[in-house]
Structures are given as structure tokens and as C-alpha cells.
Design a protein around this ligand. Structure first.
Ligand SMILES: Cc1cc2nc3c(=O)[nH]c(=O)nc-3n(C[C@H](O)[C@H](O)[C@H](O)COP(=O)(O)OP(=O)(O)OC[C@H]3O[C@@H](n4cnc5c(N)ncnc54)[C@H](O)[C@@H]3O)c2cc1C
Length: 441
């Protein structure tokens, strides 16, 4: 490798996309033995498990065309079939448009809360900009108490008053009042939200997309963990003691890890790094001997007594995900520094909850369980996040170091989002002699 070229750290989808779109020379380094980051799949005993369900949603035609080309026909569309399980019954997702079948007292609470919030006195409700106040102002007390608050507390693990609304961006559907009333008195199958349709590889799991990228870029150097980045000398040191000089760097390393790699940072930047908070996800990938294939894609669990917040069924979006007469399940459990979990107890509790909630039967035989511990799951959007990320990005850009990706931008980003971010940065670099690119938090 020549010195002084563009170095990309991390071969997840953000790094792969940057490499794919860069027209100038680059070298791509990945700490693990294989590329793909969060978009990898594990193949074991005939099962294919992603690092948690990884479904493709497209808001942008460019990404749809690119992904279709990279997957070369190995891509199928699906109409979302997702549910909420509460009060002992399944209701359609999203909860806020589907009270049908819930106990009458719950339906009444939810409808009255919504009417008060929307029609009678929306203006009297205080909004202090927190996610919790947005929930109450938008959906009223009934939906807040019966679903939104318990579910989101379980998912984000922190007090919802600490969260801003910056991450919402269409993630939480807001149905109109008429639709909500329809969904209270009948089965409402109207699609809502950004993920009402999704796409998934027919075979091989989400890592097929990574394979598609790898065929189109210069090969990545794997088992190359960056351990020090001297931003002033423009040098990166790897775990194997090799040193590379760079002119520009694109890093997709999670920001809390990056902070330990940089040298001699000003205290303001160190402080910005120390403000970042996150939730972790413990995923139990489970294979079960059963021919009881559900049509449901995934189910949300708001109630505190159930250990997981969501359960998905890979065999419902790809029959190739498990051997014949088997189903596969992923159960997602959130934890953080304020909500600890006991990982040894998680599996038996999850299996017991899957039985109680009617997902598997008492007789079901668990054939395989692959736990995956995702340390950086979701950036916590508290009031410090935006400013802290801006300080970090601005500082790094002085050295022509650009931090991108879900954990490099410290944002709630989908696969499509990080592919687009990698592309946008590469295109700016392609069009500049001196790669000076404006930072966005
Ligand atoms: C639980 C969960 C579920 C998700 N579900 C979906 C979904 O259904 N649909 C969807 O679109 N998106 C989903 N996502 C988001 C999606 O996974 C990400 O947006 C995307 O994969 C992130 O890509 P990335 O390249 O930014 O980060 P990563 O995939 O994390 O890539 C970063 C890479 O950097 C490498 N690295 C780290 N440190 C070093 C180092 N020191 N030196 C060298 N390399 C290093 C890592 O090994 C990794 O390969 C989900 C995310 C989570 C957490």
C-alpha cells in the first residue's frame, strides 16, 4: 500500500459504500476476520442468522437500484405483517392505530386520550421537547400508558424525559383520528410507517449484500484493528504493529472506541466523547424443531414481565433461513449502564416467555441458540448528543478525518442511510482536490 492515500477504517456497509463510490485510491481496513460489520450473517447447522433481523427498507430510488444490482436477483419484496402482544392478545402494529380486540377499558382509555390530545385541548398540553411529552401530546395518556411509554422505556432503557425527538424522522407512525377509530372497531390492515414494505435476500441472509459490495471493490484488509490514530502526524497504527500514513481518513469506528485511539485531544473534545450514551442489544437467535411456520414477521412486547421487547421470525421472510421443518426466531433484549441484564438467565427466561406468549409450544424442541451481544446498539438521543457529535466531527475534520456510519455519526441509521452517507462523502471527495467536507451531526 502506498502511503498518503485515503484510509477507510471499518468494512461495514458505510465503509464498503464509501469504497465503492470513491474514484480515487483507498485502502480499507477491518478489525474482524471478515467484512460486513453489523450486516453479517452466521450460517450454522443449516440455519442462517443475521446479527439481529436486518431488513431492507428503501426511501431512495438510488439505493434500491444499487442494492438490487448488488444482489443480482436475490431479493424479494414483503408486505409487513407485524403485531403487538399486550394484555394477553395480539393486535396489529402500530398499536396507536389498532386497538381492536383489546379490553374495552383499554380501548376507551386510548380513544379518549387521543380525542383529548387531538381535538379538545391539544394546546393545553405542555411540550418540553422531550420524547415523552411528544408521545402524550401526539397520542394522549391512554396510548402513552398502555403502549408507548412502557415499550419505549424497555427499548431505550432510559427515562423517556431524557430523550429528544431528533431521531423520530417517521420511525413512529402518527395515524389520523378517523383511522384510529376505524382500528378500534375493526381489523385495520392499512399500512403505516416507513417499513410497511421491506425487502430481504431470498437466500443467504443479509450478508449477501456485503458479498455484492465485496465483488465490486478492492479487497479489504481484514484482521487489521486500528489501535492508535495520530491525527497530527496522520498515521494509524494497527494491532499487528504496522503503521500507515494517510492523507484523508474515513472512519466508521464507533465513536466511544475512536476516542481511545486518538492522541492528545483537547479537553473539550474529550468531554464531548465522554457525553455519548448508548443502549446495547442482547439477541437470542433460536432454531426450533417445528413445522408451525408463522406468517408474522415480528411482534413487539411492551410489558415489563416479558424479557424481550421484540421477537422476529427469519423463516417468515426467507424459508432458506432454516432447514426443513424448523423455524427460526430472534428475541431482542435491550440493556445499558442504567438497565443491566443477567445474560445467563436471559435464555431460559426468553424460552419461558416465548411459551407464555404463545410463540412456541411446551413441547417445542430448541435445536440451536446463538446469542449475539451487540455492544453499540442505538445511540441515545439525549440533549447532549447533537452538540457532542458536532464538536467531535469538527475537530476531526481539521485533520481531514471524516467519521461516518451508524456509530461514526452516532445516529439512528438504517442500512440504506449508511450506504447513502458513504456515497455522499465519497462523491464530495471525488469532486474536491483537497478533501474538505462539511460536518453534519
Ligand atoms: C439491533 C439492530 C437491528 C438493526 N436492524 C436493521 C434493519 O432491520 N434494517 C436496516 O436497514 N438497518 C438495521 N440496523 C442498522 C444497520 O445495522 C446499520 O445501519 C449498518 O449495518 C451500520 O453500518 P456501519 O458500517 O455504519 O457500522 P458497522 O456495521 O458497525 O461497521 C463498522 C465496522 O468497523 C469495524 N471496526 C470497529 N473498530 C475498528 C478498528 N479499531 N479498526 C478497524 N475496524 C474497526 C467493525 O468491525 C465493523 O465492521 C440495525 C442495527 C441494530 C443494532
Amino acid at each position: 500500500m502506498k502511503n498518503e492515500e485515503t484510509i477507510i477504517l471499518g468494512a461495514g456497509l458505510a465503509g464498503l459504500s464509501a469504497a465503492y463510490h470513491l474514484k480515487k485510491g483507498y485502502a480499507l481496513f477491518e478489525k474482524d476476520g471478515e467484512i460486513g460489520g453489523m450486516a453479517r450473517s452466521v450460517h450454522k447447522d443449516g440455519y442462517t442468522f443475521d446479527y439481529d433481523g436486518h431488513l431492507l427498507h428503501f426511501r431512495n430510488e438510488y439505493t434500491f437500484n444499487l442494492v438490487s444490482e448488488l444482489l443480482n436477483g436475490n431479493l424479494a419484496p414483503h408486505k409487513r405483517n407485524s403485531w403487538v402482544y399486550s394484555k394477553g392478545i395480539f393486535t396489529r402494529y402500530p398499536f396507536q392505530a389498532n386497538f381492536y380486540g383489546l379490553p374495552n377499558s383499554v380501548v376507551k382509555d386510548c380513544l379518549m386520550g387521543l380525542i383529548k390530545a387531538r381535538v379538545l385541548s391539544a394546546s393545553h398540553l405542555n411540550s418540553n421537547g422531550s420524547f415523552e411529552s411528544w408521545i402524550i401530546k401526539t397520542f394522549g395518556e391512554g396510548v402513552a400508558n398502555h403502549f408507548m411509554k412502557p415499550y419505549n422505556k424497555k427499548f431505550w432503557t432510559v427515562d423517556l424525559r431524557e430523550l429528544t425527538c431528533e431521531w423520530l424522522d417517521g420511525f413512529v407512525p402518527v395515524p389520523d383520528l378517523e383511522d384510529t377509530v376505524t382500528g378500534a372497531i375493526s381489523d385495520n390492515t392499512k399500512p403505516y410507517g416507513y417499513n410497511s414494505r421491506f425487502w430481504y435476500p431470498v437466500k443467504g441472509g443479509i450478508s449477501e449484500l456485503v458479498k455484492g459490495f465485496s465483488g465490486k471493490i478492492r479487497s479489504a484488509h481484514v484482521n487489521k484493528k486500528a489501535v492508535t490514530i495520530d491525527q497530527r502526524r496522520k498515521e494509524v497504527v494497527f494491532e499487528d504493529a504496522t503503521i500507515k500514513k494517510f492523507k484523508n481518513m474515513i472512519t466508521t469506528i464507533p465513536l466511544p472506541e475512536l476516542s481511545g485511539l486518538l492522541v492528545d485531544m483537547p479537553s473539550e473534545v474529550q468531554q464531548a466523547f465522554s457525553m455519548l450514551r448508548w443502549t446495547s442489544i442482547y439477541v437470542l437467535n433460536i432454531g426450533i424443531k417445528s413445522d408451525n411456520l408463522t406468517e408474522r414477521h415480528w411482534v413487539y412486547y411492551p410489558e415489563e414481565n416479558v424479557i424481550f421487547y421484540r421477537v422476529g421470525f427469519p423463516t417468515s421472510f426467507s424459508t432458506d433461513a432454516a432447514p426443513e421443518n424448523r423455524i427460526s426466531i430472534y428475541a431482542e433484549i435491550a440493556y445499558s449502564d442504567v438497565k443491566k441484564i443477567d445474560k445467563f438467565e436471559a435464555l431460559p427466561k426468553a424460552i419461558s416467555d416465548l411459551k407464555t406468549c404463545g410463540i412456541i409450544s411446551e413441547e417445542s424442541e430448541v435445536e440451536i441458540c446463538l446469542p449475539m451481544d451487540i455492544k453499540y446498539g442505538y445511540a441515545i438521543y439525549d440533549s447532549n448528543r447533537r452538540h457532542a457529535v458536532q464538536i467531535i466531527k469538527n475537530y476531526l475534520e481539521r485533520f481531514e478525518i471524516y467519521t461516518i456510519g451508524r456509530y461514526g455519526s452516532w445516529k439512528y441509521m438504517s442500512m440504506e442511510d449508511v450506504i447513502l452517507e458513504g456515497r455522499a462523502l465519497a462523491e464530495k471527495m471525488n469532486s474536491c482536490n483537497k478533501y474538505k467536507v462539511e460536518a453534519k451531526a
